[in-house]
Design a protein around this ligand. Sequence first.
Ligand code: NAD
Length: 490
Amino acid sequence: MTQTQEPVRETSAPAVAPGRLYIGGGWRDAVAGRRRDVINPANGTRITTVAEGDAADINAAVIAARVAFDEGPWPRLSARERGDVLLKIAATLQEHREELAQLESIDTGKPITFARMVDLGDTVDHFTYYGGLAGTVEGATRSIRRPGFAYTLREPIGVVGAISPFNFPLILSTSKIAPALAAGNTVVHKPAEDTPLTALRLAELLTEAGLPDGVLNVVTGGGAAGAALAEHPGVDKIAFTGSTATGAKVATAAAARVTPTTMELGGKSAQIIFADADVARAIEAAVGGFVFNTGQFCMGGTRLLVHRDLYDTVLGALAEAATHVPVGDPRQESTVVGPMAGPHHLENVERYIALGEGRVVAGGHRLDIDGGYYYAPTVLADVADDARVVQEEIFGPVLTVQRFDTEDEAVAMANGTPYGLAAGLHTNDVARAHRVAAKLRAGIVWVNSWAVLDAALPFGGYGRSGHGRENGPEGLDEYLQTKSVYLPTD
Ligand code: NAD
């Protein structure tokens, strides 16, 4: 994934055409002519290459998006007409669902079963949901203190710069692109450097479905391209998903021009198992919560807090379950855990485990499978509240387990990191479920479940996990601004 030209093995999977930049409805090479290898994380082989865009390419894409916004048909369509196009996009993506799932799986290493079900399910749903919601964008009449007619208009913001991470390339780009388009904006998308393939195919399919030229532009490239987008004066709104550290840089660049931002950042989410919980159900949620997407999941439930009475039972069951999760080739339908997305992600997990914090009760090592970047699902018991493995986002298949005695203690521990993306609790006491849900400082709380997401359900962060919301009507509001109009009648 670097640009060094060391020889790499070619992948044995079906050929993927070399990627170019998608700007103004057409393909072009990067101005500087540079390219980047795209590597299959399941075996370290090269899938293809894509253009490596930089500031000059971002500038060209912003100009194309600007022209499409200022002069093109898209913002001038009625909201319901835009909704029709989004529904057509949903139908087109549905037709290409298997092709996109295969591409997403080979690029990220995620198991094909989940790529089909989760990634493509959510991606299609973003366009279905916002296609339906588009026609609900409307202003209001207001009663004011002087004679006249006062009303509001809801308008698009302009050119949206969308920057997405490597772990859910389609989901986390379309959670921005679908509402941004529904609201009438135009978009420049900078996908993650490690996983750029579906973003390019998506742009082509959206055009086929009827999106006018220049409304969606895609510039592949690394952090330099992302930074150029964040600081570009022609961008009216930045929608970013990624790490808190990068988010802070993007927010700083945007703030210099008073550009509004949505920040979907890192997490270190806790699941609490109370003494009255359905233990089998809680363990299933706990395992899924940290191995899903090989732990490369912003909402991973990576801190498990267990009531003292259940601690040993839960720990034993977790160690057993984690050891038997099917890890291996993402192309196999039975695979639950694939490789990590790249060698640097794997090395990062190794650095955390090497700290020696806590007691390893499962995993704690790489897995040697076909030259891929595999790490065994890992459970660390008896960790301290202030341990780095408890406080910092590891972004791999690693779960820490801690014990508590009282409800207040559990809530304090769950809220005890700078993050606040998600939280969960397992209990059969209804009053406790609502009481604790209200006290948890997180953008989403799951009771007796984990990671249930839906295009209609807003998500986003408290604290260092970011600001703004994606999904739901709230996700559409992020791409609209309000104009008030007054007309005297006296
Ligand atoms: P990252 O921050 O390294 O990169 C995210 C994107 O930012 C990439 O496209 C990258 O090229 C770009 N980028 C890098 N430097 C930049 C800069 N200076 N200016 C502008 N853009 C720049 O994140 P990642 O490793 O791709 O993704 C993992 C992180 O994303 C984790 O922290 C995870 O929790 C977070 N995440 C959050 C959510 C959420 O909804 N809150 C969802 C998924 C992932």
